[in-house]
Write a protein that binds this ligand. Structure first.
Ligand code: HEC
Length: 192
């Protein structure tokens, strides 16, 4: 196989190029191109993996990373029954609303955020009050979460009780259908 033929069929591996048809120079070119192709695919894979790992590492989630810290280290003092300094850390809304000093965080600006300033002792007393400071890794999570937009991905809490309203009778198969036993409420009764 000649170089021109081989180049016009990009998928052909080097092993298919028969050495008796090629010059030494052609063989060298084949080898260079093949090696380059392999290196490129390895590089591409490495880049994809690096990007994937960075994305995973760069975006802390409120429910997965932040809430557990608040639960374990902060809610003893910052919860509805004991809102120290007016701050309730049991919900995203409470966290966002903040306490006496206003919102606990400023979206995108960790260094201006009251919570980060208390965690790093830029504001005194350092939080969690009376406990060991949070490990650097946990402070970094809070910081990065705020920097990345402070998104709330926690499941919506709802206290609303929903009673199902049936507007049509359910479909019942023949074997279970017993007209004498089955008394369906009319939609008006079911709603009240
Ligand atoms: C032992 C009780 C206690 C614990 C635990 C605690 N705090 Fe506090 N927190 C306080 C008190 C008391 C204040 C008021 C401090 C002051 O102004 O002197 C406060 C104030 C704050 C404020 C400022 C609120 C405002 O607007 O005035 C933030 C933010 C805060 N805490 C975050 C946290 C975080 C985050 C944690 C967990 C890592 C935590 N706290 C753990 C008692 C506690």
């Amino acid at each position: 196989m000649r170089l021109s033929q081989w180049l016009s069929r990009p998928g052909t591996p080097l092993s298919m190029a028969q050495p008796r048809f090629v010059t030494r120079l052609e063989l060298l070119i084949y080898t260079l191109i093949e090696t380059r192709k392999k290196l490129m695919s390895v590089n591409a894979l490495a880049i994809v993996l690096t990007v994937a790992v960075n994305i995973a590492a760069a975006a802390p989630s409120f429910s997965r990373d932040i809430q557990p810290i608040l639960q374990k280290k902060c809610q003893g003092c910052h919860q509805p029954a004991s809102k120290m300094s007016g701050l309730d850390l049991t919900t995203f809304d409470g966290f966002s609303k903040g306490g006496k000093r206003g919102p606990a965080f400023v979206t995108d600006r960790p260094d201006e955020s009251v919570v980060v300033r208390y965690l790093t002792a830029a504001l005194q007393p350092r939080m969690p009050l009376g406990e060991a400071p949070l490990p650097e890794s946990e402070i970094a999570l809070v910081r990065d979460w705020i920097r990345d937009g402070a998104k709330n991905d926690s499941v919506a809490e709802t206290t609303e009780l929903r009673t199902p309203v049936y507007l049509q009778p359910p479909v019942i198969t023949g074997s279970v259908f017993r007209p004498t036993v089955l008394k369906l409420p009319s939609p008006a009764t079911a709603r009240s």
